[in-house]
Design a binder for this molecule. Structure first.
Ligand SMILES: NC(=O)c1ccc[n+]([C@@H]2O[C@H](COP(=O)([O-])OP(=O)(O)OC[C@H]3O[C@@H](n4cnc5c(N)ncnc54)[C@H](O)[C@@H]3O)[C@@H](O)[C@H]2O)c1
Length: 308
């Protein structure tokens, strides 16, 4: 029997390329879209039918024909980039997402699974934070909340299924190492391996709930195949958080180095902590499995082998 066809937007990015790998391994046909603005063509797994399109374009609509499930990840997604350009943030994250849903509806796609973000909780004072405690502050978070309201409309008025995923801090292979301010763990690992001083923005006491990409992919597969997730939104974190200083200390220990970091002023819009209440995701049978120590060790190996 021919396996289901799945379409991924943002396939050249961190989450999209990792999911493409997993789906191909499990025998799915994978169509991928990316405009390569932030993503890297070389990291799109062989076996993906890749098309370079912008998610705001109607030219991509024919690619949705025959697709069972769409994973929608393409986004303008660094808080600081979004703070600098709210117009483009709304254009890519809101208008682009509406266009993806419209394409999916036209092609009679069964389900869209799309990325929101834990940033929607950045003003929340409830920890661990349940899905109901939304308190978006930044333009990025506002764009992700708007996405949800449009997605709900497509479910209500166009009969498509949807599941929203609120990732906390995802880490693992193929994180974006080229950003001016890369994700915290890889930034530390890269600098320390090069013998340079890593930078901590703020005091280092901000706490983050870090979740490994393999655990996120377990939920992706579950959400695609389990109708209990239709029309729902899920936090995906571990339910534990660590300070940036804790992470720094763990990486120093793994690399066996003593280098002290340089401190710079905190970045705009970053909350003091995030911590996921994952009871809803647990209730459909999901459990994060990768410990932070295991995850960090594998990130170090990846960076040694593929980045430096
Ligand atoms: N990585 C995380 O920790 C995290 C946390 C919360 C939410 N998210 C969300 O998950 C999704 C995936 O994140 P990621 O870490 O893989 O990001 P990423 O930047 O690595 O990947 C996003 C991809 O989308 C592409 N893209 C951007 N604008 C596009 C457009 N207009 N048309 C077509 N392609 C476009 C980029 O080129 C890139 O390859 C995003 O929606 C992000 O907001 C990620």
């Amino acid at each position: 029997m021919e396996q289901k066809k799945v379409l991924i937007t943002g396939v050249a990015g961190f989450v999209g390329s990792n999911l493409a790998d997993r789906l191909l391994t499990e025998g799915y046909q994978v169509v991928g879209i990316d405009n390569l603005r932030y993503g890297v063509k070389e990291q799109i797994p062989a076996g993906v039918e890749f098309h370079q399109f912008d998610i705001r374009s109607k030219d991509m609509y024919p690619l949705f024909e025959g697709v069972d499930t769409v994973f929608h990840f393409a986004a303008k997604n660094s808080i600081s980039n979004c703070q600098n350009d709210p117009v483009e943030t709304a254009d890519i994250n809101v208008t682009g997402t509406v266009n993806v849903f419209a394409a999916a509806v036209q092609a009679k796609v069964r389900k869209v699974i799309y990325a929101e973000s834990s940033a929607v909780y950045e003003g929340s004072t409830v920890f661990p934070t349940p899905e109901e405690a939304e308190a978006p502050h930044t333009f990025y978070a506002a764009s992700k909340m708007a996405t949800k309201y449009f997605a709900d409309g497509f479910v209500r008025f166009r009969g498509i299924q949807a599941t929203a995923l609120r990732y906390f801090n995802v880490y693992g292979p193929r994180q974006d190492y080229r950003r001016s301010i890369p994700p915290v763990m890889s930034a530390f690992i890269i600098k320390l391996l090069k013998g340079e001083k890593p930078v901590i923005y703020g005091t280092g006491y901000k706490r983050r709930d870090f979740i490994h990409i393999d655990d996120i992919n377990d939920f992706h597969i579950l959400a695609m195949n389990d109708d209990r997730t239709n029309g729902k939104v899920y936090n995906l974190g571990t339910g534990k958080n660590y300070s940036v200083k804790d992470i720094y200390g763990m990486i120093k220990k793994i690399l066996n180095v003593e280098t002290e970091p340089e401190f710079k002023p905190a970045l705009e819009g970053e909350a003091d902590q995030n911590l996921a209440d994952i009871s809803k995701a647990r209730a459909v049978g999901w459990e994060p499995k990768t410990s932070l120590e295991e995850g960090l060790k594998s990130s170090v190996e990846y960076i040694k082998n593929y980045v430096l």
